[in-house]
Design a protein around this ligand. Structure first.
Ligand code: NI
Ligand code: MN
Length: 225
């Protein structure tokens, strides 16, 4: 499978055979966006939470493509009101697809829907055709991150490192240790001044501290997992 970084927290998982799972499609207004929203053809869109730098172009992409959206309950209901096909899963729940599954797990953060309703942030544990990718969404470091990999080992963890709104690159090393994935991909940094950080130092810390590889992707780059 291909994991393509599209900037900030936006990733696309693809099998090269027509299945494209798009995560947190913030492209319009994203200074690091690798593509425009109308270049994408997802079959499913996954949202960690309703903040604008994650929700992004969800409505326009879903409306154009007919992609189904997975989001926590209040956000999914709001999308349904806007005519988007959405599943109202909540934390702890798992959605099944032809290509695998998505489980929503806790993230320690805050959020609102675009229309101002309460929204619980989530992490996304994605089984994509047998490879488990855990996109942490926006979260601080908390000890329950260590529970996520207990039921099923995580292959690739996508972790925010920018600080200010989420854990910083130092806490992200502890998060990676809790999760236990062999491959770590950083995200949610260097998009705006408030979240500037040193990805090379994070990579060094991961690889000197843990039995894991840190893959730093430039926007537009692909990691094969
Ligand atoms: Ni957020
Ligand atoms: Mn964010």
């Amino acid at each position: 499978m291909d994991i393509r970084f599209l900037g900030h927290s936006c990733f696309e998982l693809s099998d090269g055979a027509g299945t494209n799972v798009l995560i947190d499609p913030f492209l319009t207004g994203n200074p690091k966006a690798a593509v425009t929203a109308d270049e994408l053809h997802p079959t499913t869109i996954l949202l960690s939470h309703g903040h604008a730098d994650h929700f992004g172009d969800t409505i326009s992409i879903a409306t154009r493509t007919g992609a189904e959206v997975i989001a926590t309950t209040e956000l999914a209901r709001e999308l349904s009101e806007d005519g988007v096909q959405a599943r109202d899963t909540n934390l702890g729940g798992t959605d099944e697809f032809e290509w695998g599954s998505v489980k929503l797990v806790p993230a320690l953060h805050d959020s609102r829907t675009p229309k101002g309703h309460s929204n619980i942030p989530a992490g996304l544990v994605i089984d994509f055709e047998g490879t488990v990718v855990y996109h942490l969404g926006d979260t601080a470091l908390f000890s329950d991150l260590s529970l996520v990999g207990r039921r099923r080992a995580v292959d690739v963890a996508i972790i925010p490192i920018g600080g200010h709104y989420t854990m910083d690159r130092h806490d992200a090393v502890d998060a990676a240790d809790f999760i236990g994935a062999k491959t770590i991909i950083p995200c949610h940094y260097n998009t705006f001044p408030a979240i500037e950080t040193d990805d090379g130092a994070f990579q060094t810390d991961i690889e000197q501290t843990l039995d894991a590889t840190c893959v730093v992707l430039e926007p537009g780059a692909v990691h094969q997992a």
